[in-house]
Design a protein around this ligand. Structure first.
Ligand SMILES: *[C@@H]1O[C@H](CO)[C@@H](O)[C@H](O)[C@H]1NC(C)=O
Ligand SMILES: *[C@@H]1O[C@H](CO)[C@@H](O)[C@H](O)[C@H]1NC(C)=O
Ligand SMILES: *[C@@H]1O[C@H](CO)[C@@H](O)[C@H](O)[C@H]1NC(C)=O
Ligand SMILES: *[C@@H]1O[C@H](CO)[C@@H](O)[C@H](O)[C@H]1NC(C)=O
Ligand SMILES: *[C@@H]1O[C@H](CO)[C@@H](O)[C@H](O)[C@H]1NC(C)=O
Ligand SMILES: *[C@@H]1O[C@H](CO)[C@@H](O)[C@H](O)[C@H]1NC(C)=O
Ligand SMILES: *[C@@H]1O[C@H](CO)[C@@H](O)[C@H](O)[C@H]1NC(C)=O
Ligand SMILES: *[C@@H]1O[C@H](CO)[C@@H](O)[C@H](O)[C@H]1NC(C)=O
Ligand SMILES: *[C@@H]1O[C@H](CO)[C@@H](O)[C@H](O)[C@H]1NC(C)=O
Ligand SMILES: *[C@@H]1O[C@H](CO)[C@@H](O)[C@H](O)[C@H]1NC(C)=O
Ligand SMILES: CC(=O)N[C@H]1CO[C@H](CO)[C@@H](O)[C@@H]1O
Length: 505
């Protein structure tokens, strides 16, 4: 009797174990993962130390389908030990074991190529392949043929070492809607076959060496495009903005910094049906603020740097841009901040540097830009005092007012109330008084540039009377003497962790 009970218990337990096991991962998938672990750690490395339990679905960087318990997502981000200089050549046959794999992410693993790359064709369910930030050279490895990878919609080969032309065969993977190839060495004309990709929603070819005339016919055919990023290439020619006018889904456009591109925005009085949120037209030889911007009410980020804009910033540009505005490197002038009188802005980043703006900063600047994180107003003709209300900008991370005509003292609140400030550049002005007001407290401070001013105080005394600047890494004081000490000609770019204890000369 007792024996039967024990026996029954044993049978039950065994059944339970089998059941638990069958809910775990497949043996062949577990085995493949362990082989991948060996290979990513070869010849040395310590990735995935926790991979040993039975159920590989519980392992780090592995996800399984809840019902089939088959691996459906692998995300090995920066797992290969980069001190091992040898490249990794993953054996695609191992990955082909995961028949239900939907997402394969291998960024930052020093991959130069694959062994038997064509095996990836077995992954009929693969939707996303992310190989960002590796050293892959051969784009032809991604020619899988017409019917292969029928589910793949996202291919990211950015920040690799791809050279040559975009292979035509990539166009055979018709389902791709997101093609990301920025930061490579691709060159030549953009393959015309891409214009057959009418389903493309995201195309990012920035930071390559594509040349020839701007691919207007291609743009015309990308009727589903939402993000089109073609900046920092060698495209040439005169382009009318009208070519983008019919791309009704376009939300993000960047054609900045192409070699000889000249963008024409005013050839017709027309207001495109676009509703853009990011528009980067830096270095496009614009002479005027594009008038169509006055109807773009949802712009978050606008970059018109390094054009040939003159006059002042129109109020509709200031008011309609809600997060980032850059107009660096133009010939803009006037008192553009006047338009904010009694209004506040949601901008988090404003770069007006290297222009010809003048006049004082408004007294209530701290109320105008309550959200500001970065302000660069350097290389202009701003004058007057630094308003103490800067001290209200408690999110400000970086403030650059260098190379202007500011005078007076640094207000105490600027160096005591800006709890997030890490970078303060006030060099090349006519500031005087204490280099750092007494009792300054800048807990996050990392970079301080005070050179070329008329501070009377001994800089080290200023520092010693301030709260510890424990994070300070770089201090720049140039040319003009500080106080009575003979420090003329000093150029100090130092890593200071113990300021006040010793003086650096
Ligand atoms: C790739 O993996 C398969 C399956 O384990 C194996 O048969 C093959 O020899 C491997 N290829 C290389 C080049 O290591
Ligand atoms: C990129 O490829 C070139 C040869 O085409 C090679 O000289 C260079 O070292 C490679 N760079 C990297 C980062 O692998
Ligand atoms: C576009 O696709 C069609 C049909 O597949 C093909 O005949 C044509 O050559 C393609 N166009 C380009 C520019 O590749
Ligand atoms: C643009 O698309 C149309 C229809 O989809 C096609 O006939 C035409 O060849 C394409 N243009 C280019 C330049 O590929
Ligand atoms: C880019 O292409 C031009 C020719 O179009 C060539 O002279 C130049 O060396 C290339 N630059 C790089 C970084 O490959
Ligand atoms: C945009 O569409 C309109 C009407 O459909 C058409 O008249 C115009 O030529 C198109 N513009 C471009 C640049 O294709
Ligand atoms: C701003 O508001 C003040 C009072 O709150 C008012 O005197 C001034 O006229 C207003 N300025 C502008 C430009 O509306
Ligand atoms: C100091 O910052 C706080 C917000 O962090 C602000 O409410 C206060 O007005 C500021 N004080 C001065 C004098 O700017
Ligand atoms: C600096 O702090 C000390 C002690 O906290 C205080 O006695 C002194 O008045 C403060 N000086 C200034 C200028 O705020
Ligand atoms: C400052 O130092 C320089 C070079 O070290 C010297 O030529 C000059 O006479 C000194 N000036 C004073 C005021 O000590
Ligand atoms: C969101 C926003 O501020 N939209 C403005 C854009 O500019 C036009 C013209 O100045 C204003 O009428 C909108 O209110």
């Amino acid at each position: 009797m007792e024996i039967t009970v024990v026996h029954r218990c044993f049978v039950l337990l065994s059944l339970l174990c089998m059941c638990l096991n069958c809910r775990g991962c497949l043996e062949e998938e577990r085995f493949a993962l362990l082989q991948i672990k060996d290979s990513i750690n070869s010849p040395e490395g310590s990735a995935f130390p926790s991979w040993y339990s039975e159920d590989c679905c519980q392992w780090e960087a592995v996800e399984c389908d809840a019902s089939t318990t088959r691996v459906n997502r692998l995300f090995f981000h920066h797992k290969r030990d980069l001190s091992v200089l040898e490249h990794w050549y993953p054996n695609t046959t191992l990955f082909a074991q995961f028949k239900e794999l939907k997402e394969l992410e291998l960024p930052g693993n020093n991959i130069k190529g694959f062994t038997s790359p064509h095996e990836l064709r077995e992954l009929k369910q693969l939707q996303r392949l992310d190989l960002h930030d590796n050293s892959i050279e051969d784009a032809y490895g991604f020619c899988w043929g017409k019917r292969a990878l029928p589910s793949l919609y996202h291919l990211d080969l950015s920040a690799n070492n791809l050279t040559g032309f975009i292979p035509e065969c990539i166009c055979q993977s018709r389902r791709i809607t997101e093609l990301i190839l920025y930061d490579n060495n691709l060159h030549g004309n953009i393959s015309p076959c891409l214009s057959n990709f009418s389903s493309l929603e995201l195309l990012d070819l920035s930071n390559n060496n594509f040349s020839g005339s701007f691919p207007s016919p291609l743009v015309h055919n990308l009727t589903s495009i939402e993000s089109l990023l073609l900046s920092s290439n060698q495209f040439t020619g005169k382009v009318s903005f009208a070519i983008f006018g019919n791309l009704s889904r376009l939300g993000r456009l960047d054609i900045s910094y192409n070699a000889h591109l000249e963008l024409e925005t005013e050839s017709q009085t027309w207001f495109p049906s676009l509703n853009m949120y990011v528009l980067n037209l830096a270095g496009c030889r614009l002479r005027k603020f594009p008038s169509f911007l006055s109807t773009q009410n949802n712009l978050k980020s606008l970059d018109l740097s390094d054009n040939v804009l003159v006059g002042t910033i129109p109020s509709w540009v200031m008011h309609n841009t809600t997060s980032q505005l850059k107009v660096r490197g133009n010939s803009l002038s006037g008192h553009f901040l006047e338009i904010f009188r009694n209004r506040s802005s949601q901008l988090t980043s404003l770069d007006v540097s290297n222009n010809r703006f003048q006049g004082p900063f408004p007294e209530d600047i701290g109320l105008i830009f309550p959200e500001l994180v970065n302000l660069d107003a350097s290389d202009n003709g701003f004058n007057g005092l630094i308003p103490p209300s800067f001290g209200r900008l408690n999110r400000l991370f970086s403030l650059d007012l260098s190379s202007n005509e500011l005078h007076g003292e640094i207000p105490f609140f600027v160096t005591s109330n800006m709890s997030s400030l890490q970078v303060l550049k006030l060099g090349r002005n006519n500031l005087r008084g204490y280099a750092l007001p007494r009792n300054s407290s800048l807990p996050e401070f990392k970079i301080l540039d005070l050179g070329h001013n008329d501070f009377m105080d001994n800089i080290w005394r200023s520092f010693s009377q301030s709260q510890p600047l424990s994070q300070l890494r770089v201090l720049i004081l140039r040319d003009k003497p500080f106080g009575r000490e003979n420090t003329t000609g000093i150029v100090t770019v130092v890593d200071i962790r113990s300021i006040g204890k010793q003086s650096v000369r």
